[in-house]
Design a protein around this ligand. Structure first.
Ligand code: PNS
Length: 168
């Protein structure tokens, strides 16, 4: 069965990687889809986010990373996927995820949304937390894939100094 792991991945965290790795162990093929979340203003370009995910998933033979400029559920149908996989951290995620899962099911009932519970060590982790820590020069080593640590840190610190200098 084909599965989709969707998200904005701004940037990818070890929490995302945990979900992608586990999904790749359950399903035959996993498409990681970098999508537009209308509620968010990404710090990284779409191309940067895709490239980071491709680096982080390079060793996973049944995982591919793509973007889609439209509805998640249409992308899932386009790829012939039966399942959308999302990670669920805490009660705070639940309402939003439940709403999206129901909306997606009402559009295409044949595609299921399944939730994998986040590993306990990643309960607090989010892309926003990583962005805040990195932009203040903190250590993000434990929160992002090792091979992406420096590029993420440099990019976010640079963005912060540009903001301080009034370029944004
Ligand atoms: O990582 P995120 O930001 O929580 O992921 C949310 C995302 C990108 C999966 C969601 O916003 C999404 O599916 N965007 C594509 C547009 C869409 O299909 N929206 C859902 C309609 S309810």
């Amino acid at each position: 069965m084909i599965a989709i792991c969707p998200g904005s991945f701004d940037p990818v965290t070890v929490g995302h990687m945990d979900i992608i790795t586990r999904a790749a162990g359950i399903f035959d093929k996993v498409y990681v889809a970098v999508l537009h979340n209308p509620k968010k203003h990404p710090a990284f370009t779409e191309e940067e986010r895709v490239n980071m995910l491709r680096t982080a998933t390079a060793e996973m033979s049944n995982v591919e990373v793509e973007t889609w400029d439209g509805l998640l559920i249409d992308y899932a149908a386009h790829k012939g996927a039966g399942v959308i996989v999302k990670g669920l951290r805490a009660v705070s995620d639940y309402e939003y995820e439940f709403q999206m899962a129901l909306a997606n099911r009402s559009l295409r009932p044949e595609i299921e949304t399944v939730f994998l519970t986040t590993s306990s060590e990643n309960m607090f982790l989010s892309s926003s937390v990583v962005k805040q820590i990195a932009s203040f020069g903190g250590d993000i080593s434990a929160f992002v894939p090792a091979e992406l640590r420096d590029v993420i840190k440099e990019r976010l610190m640079q963005q912060r100094s540009e903001m301080q200098n009034g370029k944004h």
